[in-house]
Design a protein around this ligand. Structure first.
Ligand code: HXC
Length: 286
């Protein structure tokens, strides 16, 4: 087979695949999201990361910027995803200073380990508000810029793929709600809502060029999620029944992110990409 038949491969497996792209990421100072953004920046993107803690967010932005010479990474702290006005202001600043928003990672989340009878109405509301409403607010705040980005890459043909990638969203979810997980009723409900939202966005905004997908990480080493699940009840149940026999790494979540935002993910829309070593097929965390 002549090599040129495979020329399209070079759109994915090459340096600088995300040159001139801008990623907007909530929860961007966290262990998983910072790795996702770092990979995109390494491959050419500039980034705006959003967080509640100013110092943590600004320091992480500086650190991520070292992934590539000349990278621009803005850390916008003191933004709670429960505040739609603050998110809109952050999105506007991102477009003003970096020129566009091509990719969005909705990664901000809240979690703690507690049985239902010890979760107050306000605790339940806090998690739903951060995970569900926060993801919704993130989409609403960034959608105008994402649609602009998608428009640049639309082609007219019925089978012609987009001319470059843009207008893409990844929601960071979980697998807790596939099987029912003790002490995680609040997060399970919230993440089911996040998954539903990703699909609704894909169906509704897909015709305008938006790709909306979910990454559902399993137990990922050195993350706040695993630390909370293991620390709070003194036993590490988070790795129970993982067929791959080990924790995942943040790099493996970053790799899945590169896939979905690259040309390799052009025709993937409304999907959940589970990256959990096969865990959810075998058991809940209980
Ligand atoms: C029961 C708790 C609690 C606990 C807090 N609350 N911790 N209830 N058990 N361990 C209650 C509080 O008492 C309060 O209810 C309500 O929750 C809100 O708490 P605040 O601290 O006032 O609110 P806030 O600052 O908004 O905190 C939100 C939070 C917190 C979700 C409660 O944990 C948080 O900010 N987390 C962000 C970071 C995080 O969790 N990252 C991990 C994501 S990992 P009352 O009734 O007293 O007012 C993840 C992946 C999951 O999501 C999958 C893992 C495999």
């Amino acid at each position: 087979m002549p090599l040129e038949k495979y020329q399209y491969l070079s759109n994915v497996w090459r340096d600088g695949i995300f040159d001139n792209k801008v990623v907007f990421c909530t929860g961007g100072a966290g262990s998983i999201c910072s790795a996702q953004v770092r990979a995109l920046v390494h491959l050419g993107a500039n980034a705006c990361i959003i967080g509640r803690n100013v110092e943590k967010t600004e320091n992480m932005a500086k650190d991520i910027a070292t992934a590539r010479n000349g990278a621009k990474v803005i850390g916008i702290g003191a933004v709670d995803v429960r505040n739609p006005e603050a998110l809109t202001a952050a999105a506007e600043r991102c477009v003003r200073e970096l020129g566009s928003i091509d990719f969005v990672i909705a990664g901000a989340a809240g979690n703690f380990l507690a049985p239902m009878d010890q979760i107050s109405a306000n605790a339940m509301k806090s998690v739903i508000d951060i995970d569900v409403l926060g993801s919704w607010n993130t989409v609403k705040a960034t959608l105008p810029a994402l649609l602009e980005s998608a428009k640049k890459h639309r082609t007219d043909g019925k089978t012609e793929p987009p001319n470059g990638t843009g207008g893409r969203i990844i929601f960071v979810s979980a697998t807790l709600h596939y099987t029912g997980t003790p002490m995680q009723s609040h997060v399970s409900v919230a993440k089911a809502g996040v998954d539903a939202m990703a699909m609704a966005v894909a169906i509704e905004q897909g015709p305008k060029g938006i790709n909306s997908n979910v990454i559902a990480p399993g137990p990922i080493a050195d993350t706040e999620g695993v630390a909370r699940l293991s620390k709070e009840d003194g036993r590490d149940r988070s790795m129970k029944g993982v067929p791959s026999g080990r924790y995942g790494t943040v790099k493996e979540i970053a790799d899945a992110t590169v896939y979905l935002f690259s040309d390799a993910g052009n025709y993937v829309n409304g999907e959940v990409l589970v990256v959990d070593g096969g865990q959810w097929h075998t058991s809940s965390l209980g």
